[in-house]
Design a binder for this molecule. Sequence first.
Ligand SMILES: Cc1ncc(COP(=O)(O)O)c(C=O)c1O
Length: 393
Amino acid sequence: MLIPFSSATAQQSTQPEVLFDTHPEVSLNFVHVQEKLLQGYDRPFLLVDRSIIRQKTRRFMNALPRVRPHYAVKANPDRQVLGTLIEEGAGFEIASIAELDLLLSLNVPAAEIFYSNPMKSRTYLKYAANMGVEWYVIDSIEELQKIVSVKSDAKMYLRIDTPNIGSDWPLAGKFGTHLADISLIIEEAVKLKADLAGITFHVGSQCRNPQNWRVGIERSIKIFTEMQQAGLEPRLLNIGGGYPVRHQKPIPSIEVIADVINEAIAELSETIQIIAEPGRYLVSDSAYFVCQVVGTATRNEKRWMYWDAGLFGGMIEVTEGLNYEILTDRTGQCVPWSIAGPTCDSVDVLMHDIMLPADIREGDMIYIPNTGAYTTAYASTFNGFPLPDVHVI
Ligand SMILES: Cc1ncc(COP(=O)(O)O)c(C=O)c1O
């Protein structure tokens, strides 16, 4: 067996998809998964190939020469993954002080770390300030005041609301200053003599619509003018994350997205530092997630299969419609399956009506490509099931 059966193959044979781009995407070579399994299997695992992380980072940097990637640690905080990104020259974006400590333990200078969580506890802020973090995001007057009270010379960037149209995992709503509130925040920054020095936005994760970046950049440029007129000194544009990877839906390649971004930033003065916060794009394609069928059942004539990793074991992104490709060694005729995780929680159901071979049974392996991001990072030991292992090659 070399290439296992794929749920995508089944769907594509009846419904050919027109891809947006002609640039080849990469995946970890399946032979590595087979070699790993020769050593046995005792729990779900992620197999990560560092050479793909290097390739993706270089491709990102080539496509966007003026934009430095600051990897979003939350996507996959594995030490070897981070070490590879450090070697490739990436900076970092953090959500918590645990992520900060992890980076400091790998000798990343605090000045390379952007604290991009718009809601930070005072305790975390003090800690980050003591450790030397310089840049902090805000998206409200309250957060601006909180940061100034902890670190009066903090450099801050304002997260603004941007369209998340066409993003599989939208991030709008919870964060992002509404356009109507921006002037008030600028006024408050001037009043407090705060160094409000940049703008950021997030187009939503797995964003398949490059125009969202154009809108975000155009809005940012307008706000820079307003900031300057108010006496502030804007010098950072942070175009966030969201760069998509290939699963089953078509995606625009990074080169296609870069055409839109490069055009939108072309006129920006050299005094503006431009960064991005890719998470998924840099690490997702580097890995296969491997788990096992614990058992199958027929309920009311419907076929169910239960895996040893479900929503709580790393597969949570399916809840927002992320369509993973599912591969198996079986080649029988396809029937619709419902797929669930191993816990007793009724929310732990991954998908319904997925066409997979009818002869799948207990003990079969399941292989899911392009899963290096937001899988193991989300996993918990709920119900006593072990965390997936991470193996890095
Ligand atoms: C502030 C921030 N930056 C960057 C990212 C990374 O996004 P992505 O993995 O879609 O590139 C996220 C993801 O949630 C985020 O919240």
